[in-house]
Design a protein around this ligand. Sequence first.
Ligand code: GEK
Length: 246
Amino acid sequence: MGNTDNIYSKAVENISGFTFDEQVAQVFPDMIKRSVPGYEKIIQTIAMITKRCAVNNSNLYDLGCSLGAATLSMRSALKETTGCKIIAVDNSEAMVKRCSATIASYRSDIPVDVLNDDICNIHIENASVVVLNFTLQFLTPEKRLQLLRNIYQGLRPGGVLVLSEKFVFDDDPTHQLLIDLHLDFKRQHGYSDLEISQKRSSLENVLIADTVTEHYQRLQHAGFKHNNLWYQCFNFGSIISIKEKI
Ligand code: GEK
């Protein structure tokens, strides 16, 4: 059993900006399942996408890997391929330490490199599958396009990017309703109104969400011509982007 997230359960006078430190890493699996509607569905489906899209002798990337849930999902789907390698990257030392230990504890012949680095510094090459599962939203908006360009350049023809994000909506009533449904989801999963509001303050200016249209436009600027939502629950969802075959 993992640890329960009660980081924001007591009232704090000055809420500081959210960071992926040791305290967060300790409770992360519980936190993300209780905070992100559809998280487990997306992790499971990453295995299905991998099974269909990974090709022999290619690289797979998990950018902003946290504890490696998407890496493990991809690795479970690579049994019929040869010569594949997974590169998992996170700039939180606490996450990377735990991620490496978790990955090493499962037996597999598929190599995984876990790197403690900024995903903006990573050279993507010979990639068949790239996963950005709820990570792009934590980059400053100016860095997002360059990262997507790097990913597009490093993908093989026919390769795919799975981009999962929290969204905002231009249409006000839709935006408000989907946010309220997300808050209900968190309450249903045992978070108090105090926890919800303190977490929201800590994420302000740290998690900057875009509209689905802004994502499509940025993906197109980066080179991707084939972009579509494959999953959405309330204000969270996942886009699949395909690099054209030659
Ligand atoms: C999962 N994908 O379980 N470079 C590297 N890592 C970064 C950067 C950066 N510039 N910015 C943020 N991170 C995971 C969940 S969590 C999503 C991803 C969430 C890392 C950060 O340290 C954290 O581990 C992760 O991105 C975001 O499928 O907590 O909402």
